[in-house]
Design a protein around this ligand. Structure first.
Ligand code: PBG
Length: 331
């Protein structure tokens, strides 16, 4: 016979129906948690698909404005823009990155003119601009830290001047947050927010992104292992974050996201500062491809984002932001 007094605790009491389940839900993914990355291509009209990223496109400036309108309607308030630069403008120094009237700065101006309330994140790194596809300046076959920082500072000032709300160094040079922060302060950009890609791993999950910004062929077989983090390390991520906070970062980011949930959790618990996660191109494409093939249910995308939020991320950059936000608004 079953002991009628057993069990005292029945977890299933709180799972009887979806209203009860939602009432005791510990985390909820909101539209505000999502950031949409967008690829914007120079000398180009209309839009084109990206073979390795299902449903994601490269846009011209004009078509990106329509896209952003759609993103805002979906409930997402923040976009991260990535330029696809005219190959003729690339050189080994990435010099186009520091010209005040370059493609990305005119793009930022147009977006902010049309949508003043959107929160606009602009990436700081040289890889869209270099013929070798690296994020920095090469000296003696090695990406030189301090020479790169000098250029990144100038690039940051160009982006801040154009009106970017958030400047996001994704290059992983040591000490760049300090230099960029002090240059911004000196130039009176006191409210420009610094989002540091603090724990950015040397990951193979970036492959589709490099196709999207057309840097894959430039980079060739060369690796970013001398500046991006070793995938085996977690303590090092804590040191990276501690340093970036002390140098003036307002927000820190972990990238990729789902393979590094332990890192997100440790950072959030220890530092208690705004912590973002980047569900990168490879994570997105893996899920999308399986869903589009009918191998996985489409809600796997939402589940992946919930797992990232549950680990402690305050916001998530994801190529699925618009789509998931629409779903959230419907529920
Ligand atoms: C470049 C940069 C990369 C990503 C964002 N900024 C790629 C890289 O480091 O090679 C990757 C994003 C993604 O895979 O979605 N500084």
């Amino acid at each position: 016979m079953i002991d009628r007094k057993y069990p005292n605790t029945r977890f299933r009491r709180l799972r009887r129906n979806s209203k009860l389940i939602n009432l005791v839900s510990e985390n909820t993914l909101n539209c505000d948690d999502l950031i949409q990355p967008i690829f914007i291509k120079e000398k180009f009209n209309g839009s084109e698909s990206i073979e390795t990223m299902p449903e994601i496109k490269r846009f011209s400036i004009d078509s990106s404005l329509k896209e952003i309108e759609d993103i805002i309607k979906s409930g997402v308030n923040t976009v991260a823009i990535f330029p696809v630069i005219d190959p003729d403008k690339k050189d080994d120094q990435g010099s186009e990155a520091i010209k005040s009237d370059n493609f990305i700065s005119s793009t930022i101006r147009k977006i902010k003119e049309e949508f003043p309330d959107i929160i606009l994140i602009a990436d700081v790194a040289l890889d869209p601009y270099t013929t070798h596809g690296h994020d920095g300046i090469i000296k003696n076959d090695y990406v030189d830290n301090d020479a790169t920082i000098e250029v990144l500072v100038k690039q940051s000032l160009v982006l801040a001047n154009a009106g970017a709300d958030i400047i996001a160094p994704s290059d992983m040079m040591d000490g760049r947050i300090k230099s960029i922060r002090s240059a911004l302060e000196k130039a009176e950009f006191k409210d420009t927010i610094l989002l540091s890609y603090a724990a950015k791993y040397n990951s193979k999950f970036y492959g589709p992104f490099r196709d999207a910004v057309d840097s894959a062929s430039n980079l060739g077989k060369s690796s970013k292992e001398t500046y991006q983090m070793n995938i085996n390390n977690r303590n090092e991520a804590m040191h990276e974050v501690a340093m970036d906070i002390s140098e003036g970062a307002d927000i820190v980011m972990v990238k990729p996201a789902m393979p590094y949930l332990d890192v997100i959790q440790s950072i959030k618990q220890k530092f208690m500062i705004p912590t973002f996660a980047y569900q990168v191109s490879g994570e997105y494409s893996m899920i999308k491809l399986a869903v589009n093939n009918g191998w996985l249910d489409k809600d796997v995308m939402l589940e992946s984002l919930v797992s990232i939020k549950r680990s402690g991320a305050d916001a998530i950059l994801t190529y699925a932001a618009k789509e998931i936000s629409k779903e959230i608004l419907k529920r």
